[in-house]
Design a binder for this molecule. Structure first.
Ligand code: WT7
Length: 651
């Protein structure tokens, strides 16, 4: 540790906000000062922007650290805050969602429409016996009913667990089991790249074996593909919702009432269900959404391209924007259907003003060329955001120039499933932007970059990112596993949250994120665990041992590369098949297509230390085509030369 990063000590070009931008910004100029002077008072002010049924008197209770209670004696309803409140304030006719399906079908949903749908859905859930505290799994495409389902859960105090629509039956099963879900909401299919993915069929496979707690499966019609319904268990959403009333009063719940569980990969084989609660989460998601994106709810058309299956979709498509009464775009399909201009076409047609996406998408467009966005009028854009992985300065510059017409701020935002909301970013009306850096903690957030010993590093040195004070949207634990939460995040540096990311501080004290320092990979801004993919590989009868690394990839940031040792006993079958191909699809079936390795290399042995630990670092060098690093701790250094030679010859 304490490696030097020279460029952090250099003078870099910065992009200060234009006078126009700052003078028309709705963001109060004294936020940072206010947060510094009275951190808890500052968060209490932000919380009071929400509607509380019972106002809180206590801001933070940290007595059971690291399990925080924020605004603990207050009560509120998340769905009321995201919908009813805006209708009651006279904004019922404001568009909440401009939805566009991949085939081109469209729906415009006002806040009044949304309220009607959420109320009916809440009645439907209650009629099925779903009560406060019950867990509802949601395995859906990007269609309005997905948002309606989430808000209906929140309205009745049920806890949603959204499972990304690209995950496999096994992944659904383990999540449904882990949280004892009572209900699954899915659709017949989802439409992506012009094809139909049979979501309901995948849910059926997940629930095939007994031993789960699911009582009903609600099926939304979307793709009109054929599905089979299990009598007594499965119900059509549209048929059921037609039978329930359209009035529903949202009851308040305590601020610490669970809102959702979201699973994410860690360093072990088993995904962790991070638990988020209501008051603090809504406070920080809405606060960061309106300040970092400089939101003017009556004018802006906001678009976050993330899928609702990831935390970005939860915080910056559903809860933050809706709590702020934003008008936003929701798009079902992929960016390249029918062609690579689709996103820009959407920006042009809806007049998108604020656009939030991931560096991997930007790099993909850089590769296909600026002539594609050049065909569209993107002049409505006034702010661009980035999330998911470090944005390299070249991608930042391209994003600003080609998509932002060389005039708009580009904000990088660092955060995690665990943090619930943005933690590090510049407020673009107040801070000069620096390409490649996430820059400064959000007001009210306190971070420190430290070395292995927990000592603060100097500017220009590489260290580990820690968060030293509790924040409102922090996860309240890993569902059902108190100890694992403490051990995973709070034990490396007692009393501090360790994010798993490397970081450096520049001469101005600004933060530069440098990627994960653990066995977590980041592929296209999606989090994958090396261990989880290794377990999927050794689960295949061909495989004796496996090691997975995140190799660098020009477009996706990292790519999954696997090294496997095959079983002698299966020699005949292996020779009769294309083992790497078989194993790539096996991982896809076990976890989901996002986890499919870019390459699978068959090797005779894996490089191990004398204590038997696999040296992934060396394998990463090979996968990156770099000279292999220090091999002195290996039991047998010739293992590495054999692997390198094999990879170079493409076997
Ligand atoms: C990990 C969290 C945050 C929502 C999407 C991913 C990486 C995320 C940035 C950024 C550098 C970033 C980190 C982090 N990451 N945003 N702006 N700069 N790295 O959420 O799946 O929980 O992944 O994504 O490595 O630990 P997630």
């Amino acid at each position: 540790m304490a490696d030097k990063i020279e460029h952090l000590l250099e003078d870099l070009e910065t992009f200060p906000p234009s006078d126009d931008f700052t003078s028309s910004s709705p963001v109060p100029a004294d936020l940072m000062a206010r947060a510094e002077e009275d951190r808890l008072g500052f968060w209490a002010d932000q919380a009071r922007e929400l509607h509380w049924s019972t106002p809180f008197t206590e801001v933070l209770d940290w007595s059971d650290a690291p399990f925080a209670k924020w605004f603990g004696d207050g009560t509120l309803n998340a769905s009321y805050n995201c919908v009813d409140r805006h209708v009651l304030a006279g904004n019922g006719d404001r568009v909440a969602i401009y939805w566009e399906g991949e085939p081109g079908d469209k729906r415009t949903i006002t806040y009044s429409d949304l309220l009607g749908e959420v109320k009916r859905a809440a009645n439907l859930l209650e009629s099925l016996g779903v009560a406060a505290g019950d867990v509802v799994a949601i395995y859906m495409p990007m269609i309005p009913e997905t948002v309606v389902a989430m808000l209906a859960c929140a309205r009745i105090g049920a806890v949603h667990s959204v499972i990304f629509g690209g995950f496999s039956a096994d992944s659904i099963r383990s999540r449904v089991e882990d949280a004892n879900a009572k209900l699954v909401i899915t659709s017949d299919g989802s439409i992506r790249k012009g094809r139909i993915f049979p979501l309901k069929e995948t849910v059926d496979a997940a629930l095939e074996a007994d031993g789960h707690t699911v009582e009903h499966v609600l099926v939304v019609r979307r793709a009109d593909n054929e599905v089979s319904l299990t009598p007594g268990r499965d119900l059509w959403w549209d048929e059921e919702i037609a039978q329930v009333g359209d009035e529903h009063v949202a009851k308040p719940f305590p601020a610490e009432h669970p809102l959702f569980i979201l699973y994410t990969s860690g360093t072990t084989g088993k995904p962790k269900g991070l638990l988020h609660t209501t008051g603090g989460y809504l406070t920080q998601t809405s606060f960061t959404h309106r300040t970092i994106f400089d939101l003017k709810p009556e004018q802006d058309v906001y678009w976050c391209s993330a899928d609702v299956g990831w935390v970005t979709g939860h915080s910056y498509f559903v809860y933050g924007p809706l709590a702020n009464g934003s008008t936003q775009v929701m798009y079902e399909g992929t960016h390249d259907t029918p062609d690579l201009g689709r996103w820009f076409d959407i920006i042009q047609r809806y007049g998108v003003t604020i656009f939030y996406t991931a560096p991997t998408a930007i790099r993909g467009y850089m590769k296909s060329g600026r002539q594609i966005p050049a065909k569209y009028d993107l002049s409505s854009i006034r702010l661009l955001g980035s999330v998911g992985e470090p944005i390299n300065p070249e991608a930042w510059a391209w994003y600003r120039e080609v998509i932002g017409g060389n005039r708009v701020p580009v904000v990088d935002t660092w955060w995690q499933t665990e943090t619930g909301a943005i933690m590090i970013s510049a407020i673009p009306s107040q801070v000069a932007l620096k390409p490649g850096a996430a820059q400064v903690p959000v007001p009210g957030v306190v971070v420190e970059v430290v070395d292995d010993q927990g000592e603060r590093v100097n500017p220009g040195e590489m260290g580990l990112l820690t968060i030293t004070e509790p924040w409102p949207s922090m996860a309240r634990g890993i569902y059902g596993d108190r100890e694992r939460f403490i051990e995973t995040y709070w034990s490396q540096f007692p009393g501090r949250y360790f994010a798993g990311d490397g970081a450096g501080v520049d001469k101005d004290g600004h933060l530069w994120l440098l990627g994960r320092v653990d066995d977590v990979m980041n592929v296209s801004g999606h989090r994958l665990s090396t261990t989880e993919i290794e377990s999927a590989l050794v689960d295949h009868p061909f495989v004796a041992e496996s090691a997975v690394v995140g190799a660098s990839d020009e477009t996706t940031g990292q790519a999954v590369v696997a090294f496997v040792v095959l079983k002698e006993s299966k020699k005949a079958e292996i020779e009769a098949s294309d083992a790497p191909q078989v194993l790539r699809s096996h991982v896809s079936t076990k976890i989901g297509a996002i986890a499919r390795p870019r390459q699978v290399y068959v090797v005779a042995e894996l490089p191990k230390t004398r204590s038997g630990k696999i040296m992934r670092r060396l394998l990463r060098d090979v996968a990156d085509g770099k000279a292999v690093g220090d091999t002195t701790t290996l039991t047998d250094a010739s293992v590495m030369s054999a692997i390198s030679a094999g990879v170079a010859s493409g076997t």
